[in-house]
Design a protein around this ligand. Structure first.
Ligand SMILES: [Zn+2]
Length: 270
């Protein structure tokens, strides 16, 4: 629920989007007076939210090194002393606890328990955080998985990204997926071209359009929704593989080739 709709300044325990740049979300987790943020590309909107709700920033979680995900970290640390977690194999402005696959991040007062997944592809050291907040299964996937889409392959191969998507696909279906950008509608326009007969996708697109018409985020999505609708998670689905081969104008002999064709198709889709 957006902060504006709450009568007092107190935020109920939960996960809230802080808008940054034109389409980034910095996810804020709070319980009581403690807060954590994921991928703060800008410090100012985070400071505003912390101050407005009288919150103390205790942790910062980073998924990868891109500036629109780490640009606010130094300022936030200087003013809060927050502890910074991030990928071990990437160069970050600051990182107190470097993380790699199967490492855990726990914060008892926030009610947060996360396990790290290595998900290379968008960047070579990109990590995701999967686990629970209270009783809710959650995923912070940075720029790896988007609603009905995935991140561009700046530093990785289709094979790496396909394997990374496979790790996320194996999470519990009810897992809430907190992506770092509002790319949903544009991804869905493309996904409907790939799978015009996918009725689950058609209904989700309507709901997402309604949310955006009211200036609401389309996120979080869920792993179940992504499995049903996201072409990059459906490379083994005959309709998706066939559409990718038609676009590529040649036979595709493996899910990785399907993934590579889909990524190329999306890169060129207008
Ligand atoms: Zn990025």
């Amino acid at each position: 629920m957006p902060a504006e709709k709450i009568a007092t300044n107190h935020l109920e325990p939960g996960i809230y989007p802080i808008k940054a740049f034109s389409d980034n979300y910095i996810w804020l987790l709070t319980n009581g007076h403690d807060a954590a943020v994921v991928d703060p590309g800008q410090a100012a909107p985070v400071f505003d939210t912390l101050q407005h709700h009288n919150l103390t920033l205790v942790s910062i979680l980073l998924t990868h090194h891109h500036q629109d995900h780490v640009g606010g970290v130094l300022d936030l640390v200087a003013h809060s002393g927050a502890h910074v977690f991030g990928p071990a194999s990437e160069v970050l402005p600051v990182c107190n606890t470097p993380l790699q696959e199967n490492d855990t991040v726990k914060d008892a007062s926030l009610g947060l328990r996360l396990t790290v997944l290595d998900v290379p592809g968008h960047t070579s050291g990109h990590i995701a955080y999967a686990g629970t907040f209270g009783d809710d299964p959650i995923l912070f996937c940075g720029d790896t998985l988007f609603a009905a889409g995935c991140g561009r392959l700046f530093e990785g191969t289709p094979a790496q990204m396909d394997a990374s998507m496979g790790k996320l696909a194996a999470l519990p279906p009810q897992t809430r997926v907190y992506c770092a950008h509002e790319y949903t509608l544009s991804n869905m326009r493309w996904a409907r071209t790939v799978e015009p007969d996918n009725q689950v996708l058609a209904r989700w697109q309507q709901a997402a359009q309604k949310a955006r018409d009211q200036d609401q985020p389309t996120l979080p999505s869920s792993i179940a929704q992504e499995l049903a609708c996201n072409p990059f998670m459906r490379t083994r689905h005959p309709a998706v593989a066939q559409a990718a081969a038609q676009w590529a104008r040649h036979a595709l002999t493996s899910p990785i080739e399907v993934f590579a064709a889909l990524r190329e198709w999306k890169n060129n889709f207008r």
